[in-house]
Every structure is written in C-alpha cells, then in structure tokens.
Design a protein around this ligand. Sequence first.
Ligand code: ADP
Ligand code: ADP
Length: 542
Amino acid sequence: TCGICVEKCPFDAIEIINLPQELEDDPVHRYGENAFSLYGLPVPLEGQVTGILGPNGIGKTTAVKALAGELAPNLGRHADPPGWDAVLDAYRGTELQDYLADVRDGEVSVARKPQYVDKIPDQFDGSTEQLLENVDERGVLDDLLERLDIEHVREQDIDSLSGGELQRVALVACLARDVDFYFIDEITPYLDISQRVKAARLIQEMAEEHGKSMLVVEHDLAILDLVADNLHVAYGEPGAYGVITSPKSVRNGINEYLKGYLDNENMRIRPNAIEFEEHAPRQVSRADTLVEYPDISKSYGEGEFSLDVEGGTIRENEVLGIVGPNGIGKSTFAQLLAGRLEPDEGEADFDLDIAYKPQYIEIDQPMRTDSFLRSITDRVGSSYWNTEIAQPLQLDRIMEQQLTDLSGGERQRVAIAACLSETADLYLLDEPSAYLDVEQRVRATNAIRRFAEQQDATVMVIDHDIYMIDLLADRLMVFDGEPAVHGRASEPKGMRDGMNDFLANLDITFRRDENVGRPRINKPGSQLDKEQKKQGEYYYSL
Ligand code: ADP
Ligand code: ADP
C-alpha cells in the first residue's frame, strides 16, 4: 500500500501514489474515528450544470447532504461538531461562502434524482400520474413527459414500468419541482443514446433558461462531456476518504481523469491512461466461425413487434458489440440464437448454449454472494477465477454479503461474474455498464476482453455507453427501425462501418479531442458536424 489506503490499493498502483495535499488539511466532514472523511465540496453555480466525475463510495452523497443543509459539516471534529458558523468561517472568501450562508439560514431548497431507480417501486404504490401529481410545482409535467417520450406510462402502475421508463419518470419527478438546487445522481442507466441526449438537453435547459444550479454525477463520459459546464473530479479510497477537487473545465477534467493524472493537484490517480483508437482498427478475420445464420424474420403476432435479421456470421473468441435503441429487438435476436424462439422465416435451427446477463438484474435470493457464485461454478476460489473474474470485478469485499444487501453497482458486478462463470457457447451481456463507475467500467471491459481471448469464448455485449463499446468491441451489429414496432438487424460489421451506420441513424457525429484522442459529441449543425456527415465519417478520423 502507499500509506493512505486502509486496504489494498484500488488502482493496483505500480508506482507509489503521493500523499494528496488535501489530506494534510482538515476534512469537510468526518463520520467518526477511523470513519469516512470527505475533503472538498463541489460548488453549485446558478445557471450552470456542474458535473462530478469519480468512483462510487467517494462521498458524493455526503457532499450533497452538506449542500442541502441536511448535514452540518463537522470539519473533521466529529467528537465536538463546531456548527454552521464555524463552517462559514472556514469557507470565508471562497466561492461557497454565500451559498453556505443561505444553507445555514434554511434558504436553499433541493430536489434529487436518486441513483438507483429500481428501488422506486418498493417505495411507492400507485400510478405514474399519482407519483408525479404532487411534484409538478413548475406546471411542466405534460411538456417533460412528452420531451422524454413517456406520455404512454402516465396511467401505468409504477411497478409495471421498465428500468428505462422508471429512469425517465424519476428525472421528470425531479425536474418538475421548483427549487434552487437540483442533484441528479446518474442520468443514463437503462437509457439508449437518443434518450440520454434528450435527458441531457433538458438538464442543460434548466440551467440556461431557468437559471437553476444543477449538480450531476455521471459515468457515461460522452454524456457528461455534453451536459456539464464545469467539472469536479473526485478521487480517493472508496469507503475510507474522498477528495473533491476545485472545479475544472469539463474538457480538462475528463482528459486528466482519463490520463490518470490531475494536473493542478499534481496527483496520480491511476497508473495507466485509458486510451481510445482514433482510427478504426483493421479488420482481422483469423478466427473460426461460431455460427453462420441466414436472413431471419420473427413477429410476435399480427400487428405486434416484428424483426428482420440480415444473415451473418459470429466468430469464435470475438467480442461483438450490439448497438441500437431500446425496444428494437436485441433480446428477441438473442432468444432466436438460443433456440428459445422459432423464426417465422429463415432456416434457423440453433441450439447454442447462451449465458445471459439481463439488463435488469434480479438476484434477490436470500443468499450470500459466494454461495450464489459457487452454485454456478466450482471454480470460485481457484487462482484463475480469482485473478480473471473476482479481482477485476472487485468481488473480494462483497463475497460474504447477502445478495439482497448489495448496491446496484455491486449487483451488476456479481451478475457479470455469474454470467462469465457459466459454461456456454455464447455469452450475452445486456448493459453491463449500468451503475458501474468509470473505473469499474474499464476494469469490467478488460475482464470481458481477456475472458474472450483466454477462454476462446464468444461474447456479445449490448451497451449504450459509446466509450465502453469502443473499448470492448471487435465488431458491431447495428439495430435500427422503429422501437416497439419494427426492427432491423445488420450483419456483424467492422468498427468503422458499424459506428458510421449506427451514428448516422442517430444523426450524431464525434470529433477527437486534440490532446488525448478521446471521442466527443459534435454540436449539431457545427462546421465539423456538417463536414463529417458529408464525408460519411461519424466516428473515426480518416
Ligand atoms: P457516494 O455518494 O460517493 O457513493 P457516500 O457519500 O454515500 O458516497 O458515502 C461515502 C462513504 O461514507 C461510504 O463509505 C459510506 O459508507 C460512508 N458513510 C455514509 N454515511 C455515513 C454515516 N452516517 N456514518 C458513517 N459512515 C457513513
Ligand atoms: P430490445 O432488447 O432491443 O430492448 P426486445 O427484443 O426486448 O428489444 O423487444 C422488442 C419489442 O418486442 C418490444 O416492443 C417488446 O415490447 C416486444 N416484445 C418482446 N417480447 C415480446 C413477446 N413475448 N410478445 C410480444 N411482444 C414482445
């Protein structure tokens, strides 16, 4: 260890991480002797979207409680809390002085979008309409529901909604309030890209047009880049201490985070940089064929959803990315491959064994994590399993916990581990990024890639996080059409063709950051956007 971490280094640091300057100062808050300490606070600014980028468990909720006046920071003096006046003294002359004075005087009102929307049905019985009618302080319900394409769920019971619908209802419930300060703990889980972009636009309008302070935690970096006006990076040791930096420009903040080095703080937060390829990787077809399938059609019945699949080949030990909107037939295709659905047209007599991680994870058995995983494979605890599965997915600390006590991000990691622990012909992971923080996404990506290479396994990954798809996929299969009505699935394509088709459907182009080559969404109608569309290059530079 490097001296500051209580447990093993979260970043497997090869080099010694230098002691952060902030830790020599007093914390903003400490929960108790040897308990979690928070250093630094984000600064909410009127008319701005402030982003926070960093791991889970690093004190974001603690910081928001302080900014909402629900927790009086104790400045590290937990035994003898000094009270608000001392806090104000400590922040005199800083950007937070006026804001904290208002908090002390009870003049700041706050609305929040919780991180785990899956829990909403446990806490609320009734219809969407009933949930929303009490919160429509701005009289904007109709508009918000329409802008997020969820008017159709108005009359529906909350417990019948899909995760993507719940996510948007929760966002509407937050944005319909009339308060000073809005805290959105993750925008994107379960939303497809166009839904993500629409939600981001609404959040920006709250700042730009209504002058509100918006604070957003987001792990989809393309969306964070799009939505935020300035950015705090958070780092530390989850569960032990967290540091929230002074605000940075969004571009610098994300670039520094990806490089693993914070310039102003003179602080290494990860030994290696996360890098993207600017040019499309060359297509290699060394691998053997896992399955070759003809054109297939499937309809669920007269007037119901139908899917047309273009015939193609899936290779052994490739990671095939699957992209496209929600409700377009991606799971239907998987069920056709598994032989669980019969096609209407096309000779398709498959009998592939598929290990499947669904989008919405239901592991609610009253069982410990280790017993659950042992019920799937007897390799739990073997050195292969420990290094290739448990370590990258950070299962150590949760092996002895009950499944029902796990957080959303923990359940996701257990579900990915469970899927990769099965013996199967094909591994299908539906939205593995949901509720994982950026660091966990990168680790999960590496684990999945290594799994495919080392186990000669074929992995198909459905995800909406472009950065994750970019880092993961060897080839892409693109779904388009009209969600819930008709879907078309392309044959698996090389990354350049696949990304171009996918992003042309969405009408979104990406440019490259000059410093780190990271993809950034172009402003619609900008010079670059127009040029790239004309050339048909939506993602990779030539
Ligand atoms: P985040 O929102 O970044 O996930 P939180 O602010 O919720 O993080 O929590 C940061 C750390 O503080 C966690 O390790 C959590 O267990 C700890 N913590 C939160 N609330 C309390 C509390 N009331 N007493 C002691 N520790 C707490
Ligand atoms: P995706 O995985 O892309 O989100 P799905 O394949 O799950 O899409 O669903 C595509 C469409 O088919 C959706 O509108 C869904 O409601 C509908 N659908 C899925 N399963 C059935 C079924 N068994 N009967 C009728 N409609 C279905």
